[in-house]
Design a protein. Sequence first.
Length: 335
Amino acid sequence: MSGTSTPGSGTGSEGAAPHEVAVLVRPGVLPMELGLVHQIFSRARAADGRYGYRVRTCAPRPGTVTTDADFTVGVEHGTDVLDTAHTVIIPASHAADEGADVLGDGMREALARLGPQTRIASICTAAFVLAEAGLLTRQRATTHWLAVEHFRRRFPDVLLDPDVLFTDNGRVLTAGGEASGIDLCLHLVRQDMGSAVANEVARRTVVPPFRHGGQAPYIPYPAPENSHSPGTAELREWMLSTIDRPVTLAALAAQAHVSVRTLTRRFQDEIGMSPLDWLLRQRVGLARELLETSDLPVEQIAARCGFGTAAGMRRHFIAAIGVSPRSYRATFRGP
C-alpha cells in the first residue's frame, strides 16, 4: 500500500527507523481524536520490543491551539514535519470542517507539502478537508453520519458510504466518527506491522481489535415525515396500532379506500418511500427500542414488532442496521 513500504515504515525489521506519523491539527480540534492517534500508534511495538512509530503533532500555526473543549493544547511542530511523514492523520475540527473555508488558515499550503506516496487519513468530519483538496474525487469515503447530507451536497463526485466505520483507498483513508478513528488506526497498524501487533495494541487499549458492522447501529432511525402533507397520517396511525400483524399492500389500500397505485404514490410524495418500506422502518425502530430498554426475549420482540419469527427479524434487522439483534442489544444494553 502506498506509504507503507517506504523507508522507516515501522515493520520492526532490524535497523528500521520508526514510521513517521504526523497529526495535523487545527483550531477547534477534538481532543479525543487527537489523543487516540497517539494512544494507538505509540503502543505498537515489534517483536523485539522496538516502537514501530514516531508520532508528532503539527499545525499550520504551531503554539497554543484551541480544542472544542475548555482547554487548549500546545503544538510544538509546524508543517515542516509533513515533509518527512509517511502517514498524515487529520482529526476533526467542528469549528471549521463543514465551513466554506475548510482549507483556510494554512491548510491548503500544508497539504501541498505532502509527497505523492504519503498516506493520508481523516477522522470524522475531517473528510471535508480531504474532499475539498480533491483527494477523494471518485474515491470511496465516509464521514460522521450527522454530516452525510451536507457532504453529499458539497461533494457529489465523492463515492460516499455513510454506513461503514472507515474506508481504505490505498493512499487515502477516511473514518466515520470519533471512535471509528480507533478502528482506522488499528487497521493501519495491522497493515504495517501485522495482526499480532494490532491485536496487542487493542488489548492494551481495552478495545476490540476489529469491530463488525458500521455506523448504522448508532444512527437514529425515524422515517422521514412531511408534516405539511397529512394525507396518509390516519393510515399510518392505524399501521402503527396494528404493527404486530402481517399486512399486504392490497390490505393497506383497502383500509385507506384507495387503489394500490394511489396509495403508493401518496406515500412516495409525502414520506419518500413505499408503504411497506415505511412500515418496515417502524418495525425496526420499535425493535431497536425494545432491545435497548426491555428484557424481552428476541422471539417476543420479533412477534411484537410484526416480524413473525426471530429469524425473520434477524434478516431484516441485519439488512437495515448491519448487525444482528443480539449483537445490537449487547452493544446498547450489555450482555
